[in-house]
Design a protein around this ligand. Structure first.
Ligand code: AMP
Ligand code: TRP
Length: 328
């Protein structure tokens, strides 16, 4: 069975972009692949997090993994910090990555371009920790949203370089980007991606949002004056984004959606989008409440940790032998 590895940072409440770009796909893949899904809690501190809030997000993130349908009997679910080998392999891979490569990472470059203050060393070297997360488990595939593709490509380059230098050690993984939903945009500004750090809060649908609020956010989504439901990312980005959300949740194609809403007002289309989103979130939220009450999270994480630790110890041991830093 082929292996997939992916993670999500608990930097805030998970949102519809995380769900459609990543989590929903993990759930589909867990039947046919060994899905290793972890909570990237080291990655999240590359930007300062309030410790108290982080606790809430961490617990919600684990509960949401399960509520969205990840099954601990099929998938391996764990907390990144429960497997100490990640940080160590991360450092080793850091030493096999060039500054030029890190300088080219758009996520980092964007932050520099925006003149964000207090950028940390962590945010700069973050892709090498991500490479460790992936290469540790001999992943064949990495299912992620569009914004992470470049990091997976760097992971491939680092793996190939390491294998050339020290002999075959890592499997070279491939990114898997969903055809629909890889980049869900903000509802209030469709030129920006939907993100946990949405300042206005209007553009982002959180998975735990009250459904009335979800409806309101969708009904007030920014559109255009063209008055036609047509998939045209450049001229009608707001409508294209709503169509993407609708397509991801119904499985319909863009031309089917265009036909379905031909000659209809945007208000009708938005109502239909809101209905499918609210149905999906209602299901997730009900499961979420049951999971939080049932207290099964500790058990799930322990099981995941045991499995992942064994694999990680073996891989780190092999790596350290190859590079000669262990006394044998
Ligand atoms: P993050 O929240 O940055 O940890 O992202 C976790 C996963 O969700 C990654 O695979 C991202 O590519 C994906 N993701 C984040 N935001 C979006 C978005 N707006 N649209 C689609 N996928 C996203
Ligand atoms: N960097 C990813 C993000 O911001 C999260 C992540 C960390 C990840 N390690 C990973 C995703 C390994 C896939 C595989 O979304």
């Amino acid at each position: 069975m082929k292996t997939m590895v992916s993670g999500i940072k608990p930097t805030g409440q998970l949102h519809l972009g995380n769900y459609l770009g990543a989590l929903k796909n993990f759930v589909t893949y867990q039947d046919d692949y060994h899905m290793i899904a972890f909570i990237a809690n080291l990655h999240c501190i590359t930007v300062y997090q309030d410790p108290k809030e982080l606790q809430t997000y961490l617990k919600d993130c684990i509960a949401l993994y399960l509520a969205c349908g990840l099954d601990p009997d099929k998938a391996t679910i764990f907390l990144q910090t429960d497997v100490l080998e990640h940080a160590q392999l991360g450092f080793i891979l850091n030493c096999n990555t060039y500054l030029g490569e890190l300088n080219r990472m758009t996520q980092y470059k964007d932050k520099v371009a925006k003149n964000e203050i207090n950028l940390t060393g962590g945010i700069y070297t973050y892709p090498t920790l991500m490479a460790a997360d992936i290469l540790m488990y001999d992943a064949d595939y990495v299912p992620v949203g569009d914004d992470q593709k470049q990091h997976v490509e760097l992971t491939r380059d680092v793996a190939i370089r390491f294998n050339n230098r020290y002999g075959e050690t890592f499997k070279v993984p491939e990114p898997i980007i969903p055809k629909t939903g890889a980049r869900i945009m903000s509802l209030s500004d469709p030129s920006k991606k939907m993100s946990k750090s949405d300042e206005s809060n209007k553009g982002c649908i959180y998975l735990l949002d009250d459904l009335k609020i979800v409806h309101k956010k969708i009904m007030s989504a920014v559109t255009d004056d063209k008055a036609q439901v047509k998939y045209d990312v450049h001229n009608q980005p707001g409508i294209a984004n709503l169509m993407t959300i609708y397509a991801s949740l119904t499985g319909k194609t863009m031309s089917e959606i265009e036909k379905e809403f031909e000659g209809q007002l945007y208000g009708n289309f938005k109502k239909a989008v809101s209905a499918v989103v609210c149905d999906e979130l209602a299901m997730i939220q009900e499961k979420y409440r049951n999971i939080v009450e049932s207290n099964i999270m500790d058990e799930v994480l322990l099981k995941g940790k045991q499995f992942a630790s064994k694999k990680a110890q073996e891989k780190l041991d092999l790596v350290q032998k190859k590079i000669g830093i262990e006394i044998r």
